[in-house]
Ligand binder design. Structure first.
Ligand SMILES: C[S@@+](CC[C@H](N)C(=O)[O-])C[C@H]1O[C@@H](n2cnc3c(N)ncnc32)[C@H](O)[C@@H]1O
Length: 225
């Protein structure tokens, strides 16, 4: 690993260690309950987090109807929604397991209006079923990662997508390799469920260390069939 150009605080390093160690819905609920009020003012600022901006840039570059509903998966405090709204996406729903993170997202505004139309508290690794065919776009940053979502969560999202819906899912690069996302999505293409996926390599942090796959994301871009 090469030396980082911008040292993070010990608090941010500890928060990341805890996040990567949290496995499954209960551990994540507990972790994000205690992190919600400082997630943006602490972690996002201190780490130079740019993941949400990268995912939204990739999503919007190809999303043709900003008036159609978009789902932000693992929305947390709403940093993705905030970026979408700035770029003119007007109907945004967020889904997350943590009521504390969702409370932060509910307070987020853009030009004096709430960013989110609806915020859904749900465990996407559990029995949750989303409204069928409800979304023309599906985005995510920071949730397809260690201990949260594997490829199978994408099946739920596909059911919630309208035909032709655009997906831009940020997937932690180490997790992407470990869980075989490329092969899994390739198989969904062969099954006729999605268009040919492509993967954009983008930094999670502004000063991402080239040698550390946990500082990079593969943004999976495809359309629902
Ligand atoms: C690293 S945060 C990312 C938040 C935001 N998208 C961002 O980029 O800052 C991961 C989010 O996934 C949520 N999460 C974890 N497990 C989940 C589950 N099983 N179902 C739904 N959301 C979950 C957490 O509550 C947290 O808000």
């Amino acid at each position: 690993m090469t030396e980082q150009t911008r040292p993070r605080s010990r608090a941010t390093e500890l928060a990341l260690e805890k996040a990567y160690a949290a496995k499954g819905p209960e551990a994540n609920r507990e972790l994000y309950a205690s992190w919600a009020t400082t997630y943006e003012s602490g972690f996002v600022v201190d780490s130079g987090y740019v993941y949400h901006q990268e995912v939204v840039k990739v999503f919007c570059d190809g999303f043709s109807d900003p008036g159609q509903p978009v789902l932000d998966v693992g929305c947390g405090t709403g940093v993705v929604g905030g970026e979408l709204a700035k770029l003119g996406v007007s109907v945004i729903d967020g889904i997350d397991i943590s009521p504390e993170m969702l409370a932060e997202a509910a307070a987020k505004t853009c030009n004096g209006r709430p960013v989110y139309r609806q915020l859904i508290e749900a465990d996407l690794t559990g029995q949750t079923e989303l409204a069928v065919g409800a979304y023309a776009g599906i985005v995510s940053s920071g949730a397809f990662t260690h201990g949260i979502f594997g490829p199978e969560t994408i099946l739920k999202l596909l059911r919630a997508a309208s035909p032709g819906a655009r997906f831009a899912l940020g997937i932690n690069s180490a997790h992407f390799e470990e869980f075989g996302f490329a092969d899994w999505l390739g198989q969904r293409q062969l099954d006729g469920h999605i268009s040919e996926p492509h993967f954009e390599l983008r930094p999670i942090y502004g000063d991402a260390d080239e040698a550390d796959p946990n500082q990079w994301s593969r943004i999976a871009v495809f359309s629902a069939s």
